[in-house]
Design a binder for this molecule. Sequence first.
Ligand code: NIG
Ligand code: FE
Length: 421
Amino acid sequence: MSDILIININELVQITDRTVLKFSGQDMAKIRTIKNAWLYIESGIIAGFGNMATFDRFSVVKQTPDLLEIDATGKMVFPSFVDSHTHLVYPASREIEYIDKIRGLSYEEIAARGGGILNTARRLKEMSEEDLLESSLKRLTEIIQYGTGAVEIKSGYGLDLEGELKMLCVIRKLKELSPLTIKATFLGAHSIPLEYRGHQTKYVDLVVNEMLPRVAEEGLADFVDVFCDKGFFTVGDTERILEAGLKYGLRGKIHANELDYSGGIQAGVKFGALSVDHLEYTGEDEIEALLHSDTMPTVLPGAAFFLGMVYAPVRKMIDAGLPVALASDFNPGSAPSGNMQLILSMASILYKMLPEEAIHATTINTAYAMGLSHELGSIALGKKANVFITKEIPSYEFMPYAFGSNKVDLVILNGEVQTTD
Ligand code: NIG
Ligand code: FE
């Protein structure tokens, strides 16, 4: 691995002290940058940065013969995006249901007919682990090109022991094969299989008594998730699963309040969830509960946009002093894109977030939501060198502003330049 020196950076964006683990409230709008900067990466770690005017090459650079020097004139350097909520291991796209949606069926109506998550679960059974791995690797390659450096991936399309283990084994292989930093979340309680409809407690029994112990025993998951919402799992189900997860050292990262004031946010807070995600239905009580917690409120703009939902009250949340994270929710049903640059744009366009708030929300706050903000999510000495160099852009505000095009030019993960082919 060669060390890397990047010089003449138009602006080095999102610098923090290593001790800062998240940004909340008014601090979300404050960002540290250095114009006309350099950045030095040694053995995969951010080892130095500063202003070109005071750059002293001989005191900074180790005399390694294979130093890679990059001139970034006109370009910016950002920490890689951290995408803390995805379902990117899946067997097939669902554009046919999307047509049903265009014709007016709701997400819940499609789910109630055995479509949605259950549709994907059926397809998963037919697909081999190898094919699942191959298609997921392609999605990882794509998100790397858009600037993602770390990603959380959920199970949840297995919905029985065998299927859930299959998904988690694929995620374990992805961890081995991909340069991305990956965390795995066990989401056995994603949907109620048809045969358990009317007695879903029996399915929760299965999740708690059979799936979770096996997943934990094999070390296949870092976190546990439940879809706590109207028509899916109740607060009682959710609390049982979160409590059981904690016994195995798995903190919650749960789906909550996407379809209603489900009580999911409070349940997550009560059991010390690392994050509660979606949050379209967030009122005063939910904000109050979150204010007294270590739980990261995480909003998923892609899903709200794609499903035409109400938008989470992000401005209210930040103005109340909360941190907010934004992730892609990359999945075949409600968010068929893992492009975090688009999420950055949606932050401003749909949620009226300032560019600085959006950058924090997609980097350090999502890193927090994966338990990784001590090593990722900002430019800080000693952090892992997951960064990208942009194309020539006039300002960092241009990143959310110019939606739809890929502004990433070169990706560095673990201190290594990534080639796209
Ligand atoms: O986060 N809300 C629940 N689960 C996913 C959707 C998964 C699917 O439809 O396949 C979500 O939006
Ligand atoms: Fe999701």
